[in-house]
Design a protein around this ligand. Structure first.
Ligand code: HSE
Length: 291
């Protein structure tokens, strides 16, 4: 009588939509919860190394939050997890673990909590709604959070929109990538981002892939994170001329995402360009297409 959930990875920001835009990606984690006599863990896959296997485990703690919120008691759990989502690369691995734990724990007790409630809980844990919203609802989401409650709209990705990810083989902690950001931004940069984030949301809703290049620009986080991701400034400048519709740092990085038109024959050339641009900085990277 266990519950198994499959949760997608996600990319946050999509360039200008810092802490507000997110998109689910076809790379997954699986989490299974079962009531047990004694809490135990089965963690599979390279990405699980170093994950705690006692009650300090994030999945265990998040599941207990769901039970407390619902007034239920399931103190001992058998927890199994497998993940293909690389850790600390800007692909929402922690958001997927949180969403999987919330959703599975809620399902285990008959789903008393609404999805809106799970979204609020997930956002409070992550402190921004972009990755968790995409992992929970799928597709593209635009969301706001007031510190307690998150509101969102889900957008179906345009049929011809493809995503290429280039994942460098080093970790970058989100905390470190957030510490690099300034406490304040100037009005011109704020306007620059608000206008592009709005255009991006509308362009994705309307399937206007021709506007992605103009919309997918940012001045409030990527410039400050550039020193942490060698090769990023060059890729952001050059990739649109190598077949990308637009290009951005994925979440807090170091992964970079490029949007492409699925019908564009230059996608393989773009992938080769992205890997080479990383190699030029002495960084090896894997690069592939995701839905
Ligand atoms: N919006 C977040 C950031 C996503 O850019 O820091 C990373 O978790």
């Amino acid at each position: 009588q266990g519950v198994r959930v499959k949760v997608p990875a996600s990319t946050a920001n999509l360039g200008p939509g810092f802490d507000t835009l997110g998109m689910a990606l076809s790379l997954y984690s699986w989490i299974e919860l079962k009531p047990a006599d004694r809490t135990e863990f089965h963690l599979y896959g390279d990405e699980m190394k170093g994950v705690p296997v006692d009650k300090s485990n994030l999945i265990y703690k998040v599941a207990q939050m769901v039970f407390d919120e619902a007034g239920e008691s399931v103190p001992e759990l058998e927890i199994s997890m497998y993940s293909d989502i690389p850790l600390a690369r800007g692909l929402g691995s922690s958001a997927s673990a949180i969403v999987g734990a919330l959703f599975a724990a809620n399902a285990l007790i008959g789903s008393p909590l609404s999805e809106a409630k799970l979204f609020d809980m997930a956002t409070a844990l992550e402190k921004h709604p972009d990755n968790v919203g995409a992992s929970l609802f799928g597709g593209i989401i635009t969301a706001v959070w007031d510190g307690k409650h998150a509101d969102y709209i889900r957008i179906d990705p345009p049929a011809r929109l493809g995503t290429v990810v280039v994942i460098p083989d080093f970790h970058l902690a989100t905390s470190k990538a957030r510490e690099a950001l300034p406490a304040q931004v100037n009005l011109a940069d704020a306007v620059y981002n608000i206008s592009r984030s709005s255009l991006m949301t509308a362009a994705l809703s309307a399937g206007r892939l021709d506007l992605v290049r103009a919309a997918m620009q940012d001045r409030i986080h990527q410039p400050y994170r550039a020193p942490l991701v060698p090769g990023m400034p060059r890729i952001l400048a050059e990739a649109p001329d190598q077949g990308a519709l637009g290009v951005a740092l994925s979440g807090a990085g170091p992964t970079i995402i490029a949007f492409v038109d699925r019908d564009d024959r230059r996608v393989d050339d773009l992938k080769a360009y992205l890997v080479k641009a990383m190699e030029a900085e002495g960084i090896s990277a894997s690069c592939f297409c995701l839905d």
